[in-house]
Design a protein around this ligand. Structure first.
Ligand SMILES: Nc1ncnc2c1ncn2[C@@H]1O[C@H](COP(=O)(O)OP(=O)(O)OP(=O)(O)O)[C@@H](O)[C@H]1O
Ligand SMILES: O=C(CO)[C@H](O)[C@H](O)COP(=O)(O)O
Length: 298
């Protein structure tokens, strides 16, 4: 934790919607004239796509069917922790991008004068000096790997979990990876299965460390996520928002501001799906302002 150089982490599984939630944060940053250093979790994958395929074949040959992007073998958790520690201490650090497809590559090739392809990383670049905070979005913003002595969570000032119920997460992943990343539905299901061990051991424990979780729950039947044709819409879902420490949370204010909201537990407010972005803005804006006030005083 750093008063001088705060870190906000949005963490969630693949398909949970962390990239989508990033947009709500970008609104907050723009309106509040905050200049963030944005770090994408996928940039801390250990391998590019071709290397990952090779590493997976090798792991399978050795009898490991759980080698996945969710676990420590395929990510540089130690570098992620170092990144958070360095930013917290100095407000600087390094960043790069994992290019999921050629469209993403084209954007960075134009900026960098490179000829990178989908599945490759951009080179590491310095985070420019003078940013107000670090904003991480990805799989491992609150990860702990006790065996390796890695604790990313302890450097984070605001840890937000984005966690749809698992059927919805899978529907979202299958739709996105087939529509935008060129995978077959079978290949995506295979990936989901291979990642299950690491999902349980490295992804879900993060949501016991998060300060706030946003869990989208559909109110339509998603009982077979593997044949679902559409992602349930905002109107077909509710969002369950859980606060780890509800002591200083102004629930009456949120209830009066968010039409259709209600409390389901003393630390949990439920809002209509269409209000998720709005709820994020009114809940998170004052917390972010507080971090920046503390920064000024530090
Ligand atoms: N609240 C939402 N309502 C409707 N669709 C959503 C919502 N959140 C995410 N989606 C859809 O789910 C898919 C996955 O979302 P997104 O790309 O944000 O996931 P992610 O967590 O960033 O995944 P990854 O870590 O693999 O990049 C996208 O197609 C996105 O449009
Ligand atoms: O888990 C993920 C990110 O959050 C992605 O699935 C991972 O980055 C995928 O890489 P690739 O496109 O090479 O399959």
């Amino acid at each position: 934790m750093s008063k001088k150089h705060p870190i906000i982490s949005i963490t969630g599984s693949s398909g949970a919607g962390t990239s989508t939630v990033k947009v709500a944060f970008e609104h907050i940053f723009r309106r509040s004239q905050i200049n963030p250093a944005i770090v994408e979790g996928d940039s801390f994958h250990r391998y590019n796509r071709a290397e990952m395929r090779q590493a997976m074949i090798k792991a399978e040959a050795e009898g490991n069917r759980n080698f996945s992007h969710f676990g420590p073998e395929a990510n540089i958790f130690e570098e992620l922790e170092k990144q958070f520690k360095t930013y917290g201490e100095t407000g600087t650090g390094k960043k790069r991008y994992y290019l999921h497809n050629d469209d993403e590559a084209a954007v960075h090739n134009k900026r960098l004068g490179t000829s990178l392809k989908g599945g490759e990383f951009t080179p590491w670049e310095d985070i420019p000096p003078g940013t107000d905070l670090l904003f991480y979005e990805g799989l491992h913003g609150g990860v702990v790997d006790a065996k390796a002595g890695v604790d990313v969570a302890k450097w984070v000032d605001l840890l937000v979990g984005v966690v749809p119920i698992v059927n919805l997460e899978w529907i979202q992943k299958i739709q996105r990876d087939t529509a935008e990343r060129g995978y077959s539905a079978e290949a995506v299901v295979d990936t989901i299965l291979r990642r299950m061990y690491d999902y349980v051991h490295y992804i879900t424990p993060q949501f016991s460390r998060s300060h706030i979780d946003f869990q989208r729950v559909p109110v339509v039947d998603t009982s077979n996520p593997f044949i679902a044709r559409d992602i349930p819409t905002a109107d077909e879902s509710l969002v369950v928002i859980r606060f780890r420490d509800p002591k200083n949370v102004d629930f009456p204010y949120f209830l009066s501001m968010i039409n259709g909201s209600f409390m389901s537990r003393p630390n949990t407010i439920v809002v209509p799906g269409g209000k998720m972005g709005f709820a994020m803005e009114i809940i998170l804006t004052p917390i972010i302002h507080k971090l920046l006030e503390n920064k000024k005083k530090a």
